[in-house]
Design a binder for this molecule. Structure first.
Ligand SMILES: NC(=O)c1ccc[n+]([C@@H]2O[C@H](COP(=O)([O-])OP(=O)(O)OC[C@H]3O[C@@H](n4cnc5c(N)ncnc54)[C@H](O)[C@@H]3O)[C@@H](O)[C@H]2O)c1
Length: 353
C-alpha cells in the first residue's frame, strides 16, 4: 500500500514510518521539520521511506502527496495546549486548516482512505467513563481545533471514501524523534536526571498508550478501511491517575523519590476515564504495552545518555516552538486558504456533540 504520512517525521510519525515500512508498505513522510534544527530527517526514518520537505498548509504540496496514495494519514499538528497557547492563529492553521486542506485534497484526488490523528483531549473533564459517543468537552485551543477538524473533515470526505479518526490517549515510549514533554516521558526523564518526581495533587485520570501500539493500531485500520469511523486509541487497563503514573516511575527508576505537594491552580484540568472497547472489539488481536515498559525504555535512554538534557527545547514542543518562532522557522501564514478556514473555525461551535 502507498501511504502518505503527513507529519511523518514527528514523534509518532517516525515510529509509524518504521512500523509500516517493515510491513512492506511504501511510505512517504511529508514534514516541514518545524522543531528540528539542522538534523537529517533520513536519520529518523527507515531507509525504504521517502521524505518530502513541505508545509502541510500548502494545498499544492498536499495534492502532490495525495496523488496515487492508497491512504493519507494526517499526524502533523501543533500538539498540546501549552504549544497551542503560544500563538492561537498558528494553532488554528496547523490543527484545523492543515487537516481540512488535506481532506479537501484527498477528496478531490479520490484517495480511498484518510486517517486523522485526533486526541482523547476532546473529552476534557467528565464524570464516569467516556467513549466515542460521549459529548466532547474541549477545555482549550488544542482540543477545540481537534474537535472542529474532526467534524469538518467528516463533512468533506465522500461516502465512497473511508475516514478513520483516531482519538489517542497520551502517548509514551521511545521514538527516533523523541518527545519528553508528555506526562510519562517527562516524569521519567526528570526522575533519572534529578532523582525527584514532583507531584502536585495527581488525582486527575489520564489514559495512556505506548507509541508502538499506536503504530500497530494505524496499521490495523489501514488494512481494513470501512466507512466513516472513530476510535479511542489505548487500552482500558492503561487508565491511570497522575499519582499512579508517578508511583510507577518511582518503582522503575532506582533511587528516585516522589516529592508530594499541594494541587496547583494552573494544573492541567483534563480528567476522564476512557473506554477503548470499540477498538478492542474491532481489533481483538492488538497488543497493549504496559506503562512500565515505556517508563523503563525512557529511563534507560536517559541514563545511557542516548538522550541529551531532558530540558532541551528539541524534546519539548512548547519550548521548541518558541525557538522555531524566534528563528522564523514557522509562523502563521495568513494565506487566503488559511484565512478562509480561520474564519470558518472562529464562527463554528463545538458544544452539541
Ligand atoms: N503524542 C501524543 O501524546 C499525542 C496524543 C494525542 C494525539 N496526538 C496527535 O498525534 C499527532 C502526532 O503527534 P506527535 O506527538 O507525533 O507530534 P510531533 O510534534 O512530534 O509531530 C508533528 C510533526 O508534524 C510536523 N508539522 C506540524 N505542522 C506542520 C506543517 N504545517 N507543515 C509541515 N510539517 C508540520 C512537525 O514538524 C512534526 O514533525 C498529532 O496530530 C497529535 O495531535 C499525539
Amino acid at each position: 500500500m502507498r501511504i502518505a504520512l503527513l507529519g511523518g517525521a514527528g514523534y509518532l510519525g517516525a515510529v509509524a514510518s518504521h512500523y509500516l515500512a517493515a510491513l512492506g508498505h511504501h511510505v512517504t513522510a511529508v514534514d516541514g521539520l518545524i522543531y528540528l534544527r539542522d538534523d537529517d530527517p533520513h536519520r529518523l526514518l527507515p531507509t525504504a521511506a521517502q521524505f518530502v520537505h513541505a508545509d502541510l498548509r500548502d494545498p499544492a504540496a498536499l495534492r502532490r502527496a495525495c496523488v496515487d496514495a492508497d491512504a493519507v494519514v494526517h499526524l502533523g499538528g501543533l500538539v498540546g495546549e501549552p504549544a497551542c497557547a503560544v500563538d492561537e492563529q498558528l494553532a488554528v492553521e496547523l490543527n484545523y486548516a492543515s487537516p481540512v486542506l488535506a481532506a479537501e485534497a484527498a477528496a478531490s484526488t479520490d484517495v480511498p482512505h484518510y486517517v486523522f490523528f485526533s486526541s482523547c483531549s476532546v473529552y476534557g473533564s467528565h464524570e464516569g467513563t467516556v467513549d466515542e459517543d460521549t459529548t466532547t468537552n474541549p477545555l482549550g485551543i488544542y482540543a477545540r481545533t481537534k474537535v472542529l477538524a474532526e467534524r469538518r473533515i467528516a463533512a468533506i470526505m465522500t461516502d465512497d471514501q473511508s475516514l478513520t479518526v483516531l482519538r489517542l490517549a497520551t502517548v509514551h515510549g521511545r521514538s527516533p524523534r523523541q518527545r519528553l514533554d508528555s506526562v510519562v516521558n517527562r516524569m521519567t526523564a526528570r526522575a533519572v536526571a534529578t532523582g525527584r518526581i514532583p507531584l502536585n495533587g495527581g488525582a486527575q485520570r489520564r489514559p495512556l498508550v505506548h507509541v508502538s501500539d499506536v503504530a500497530g493500531v494505524l496499521a490495523a485500520v489501514l488494512r481494513t478501511p470501512q466507512g466513516h469511523r472513530t476510535f479511542n486509541v489505548g487500552a482500558d487497563r492503561e487508565n491511570f491517575t497522575i499519582a499512579e503514573i508517578a508511583e510507577t516511575v518511582e518503582a522503575a527508576v532506582p533511587g528516585a523519590r516522589i516529592d508530594r505537594g499541594p494541587e496547583r491552580d494552573e494544573a492541567d484540568a483534563r480528567d476522564y476515564r476512557t473506554s477503548f472497547a470499540r477498538l478492542a472489539d474491532a481489533f481483538p488481536d492488538l497488543s497493549s504495552t504496559p506503562l512500565e515498559d515505556g517508563v523503563r525504555a525512557i529511563a534507560q535512554a536517559v541514563a545511557a545518555k542516548e538522550l541529551g538534557d531532558p530540558d532541551l527545547p528539541e524534546y519539548d514542543n512548547h519550548k521548541g516552538l518558541i525557538v522555531s518562532l524566534s528563528r522564523g522557522r514557522i509562523q502563521a501564514l495568513g494565506s487566503p486558504d488559511c484565512q478562509r478556514l480561520h474564519t470558518e473555525y472562529a464562527t463554528a461551535t463545538w458544544s452539541a456533540r
